[in-house]
Design a protein around this ligand. Structure first.
Ligand code: AMP
Length: 281
């Protein structure tokens, strides 16, 4: 496995791989790898002959008062995990390599970025779509792998590639959870023991919503109320949003039907966590 920090090095290596007829699978991440990231790398390994992982904590997707400076980083640990999961090349650029002094171009997806994390993290998706476009232009992958964990992000990237005619297949992979149901996240390391226990309320509420739907409930207001009640009973949780949406349009769903997304975000102490499920009838 190679580890490089410059765009020029990536381009050379990819050019040679493509000359040999290899297909390129790409997994963009911010590092501090966990099983969720590794599941994407393994999927890319299974479906491509050359696997590229990027590790870049992208400043343009963080708000002013967010956790950019304290975001967990550990390159040595990431290298070991990435290599074991089947990565061929890690691209770990500096901020200066990605954003030169006079940087002034941004990519923005409208509409589906308005709600959920787009509403509570202003400018977040503009940062995501800009950096992913840059990474796509550098890596030129055939296939790119994203997690369902960030459901809105995955839809935004799909929309962007479609709208901008990018010839890249976007593959969305299932959420990987801890043994007790908590969705894996690099940010879980911030949680105190009490917050870690409290955070389980997110996946539990989603499971209860699923059970309510299985028992025949179709009224999304009632389901939302149950989830909000549930999370509000947890003293360490502060709700950011609970939304039930049509997964294609990201518009509010008034009744349960196929392909409805239930998405949650809440803060536990300083740590903001998200989780979701897609209802398939
Ligand atoms: P991040 O490093 O948080 O930017 O995540 C990089 C990629 O890994 C994104 O496509 C995420 O959706 C995905 N990812 C993060 N956590 C999980 C998880 N628990 N299960 C599946 N994919 C995940």
């Amino acid at each position: 496995m190679d580890v490089v920090n410059t765009i020029g090095e990536v381009r050379n290596i990819i050019k040679n791989a493509k000359k040999l007829g290899k297909t390129v699978g790409f997994v963009p991440t911010m590092g501090y790898l966990h099983e969720g990231h590794l599941s994407l790398i393994r999927r890319a390994r299974a479906e491509n002959s050359f696997v590229v992982l990027s590790i870049f904590v992208n400043p343009t997707q963080f708000g002013k008062n967010e956790d950019l400076d304290k975001y967990p980083r550990n390159m040595e640990r990431d290298k070991t995990f990435a290599s074991q999961a089947g990565t061929d090349l890690i691209f770990a650029p500096s901020v200066e390599e990605m954003y030169r002094k006079d940087y002034s171009t941004y990519v923005n997806v409208e509409g589906i970025t308005d709600g959920l994390c787009g509403a509570s993290r202003l400018g977040h998706f503009k940062g995501v779509t800009t950096v992913v476009t840059k990474l796509f232009n550098i890596v030129t992958p055939n296939n790119a792998y994203f997690g369902q964990k960030d459901a809105q992000q995955a839809s935004v990237i799909r929309r962007m590639t479609k709208d901008l005619d990018m010839d890249i297949e976007i593959v969305i992979c299932p959420i990987v959870r801890e043994y007790d149901g908590l969705a894996m996240s690099s940010r879980n390391v911030y949680l105190t023991l009490d917050e870690r226990r409290a955070a389980l309320v997110l996946s539990k509420s989603l499971n209860q919503a699923q059970a309510l739907i299985a028992s025949g409930e179709k009224d999304t207001d009632k389901i939302k109320e149950m989830i909000v009640d549930n999370i509000s009973k947890e003293p360490l949780a502060i709700i950011d949003y609970v939304e039930i949406l049509d997964y294609n349009t990201f518009k509010t769903a008034h009744t349960i039907k196929d392909n409805v997304l239930i998405a949650l975000a809440a803060k536990f102490g300083q740590t903001r966590l998200i989780d979701n499920i897609v209802i398939c009838l």
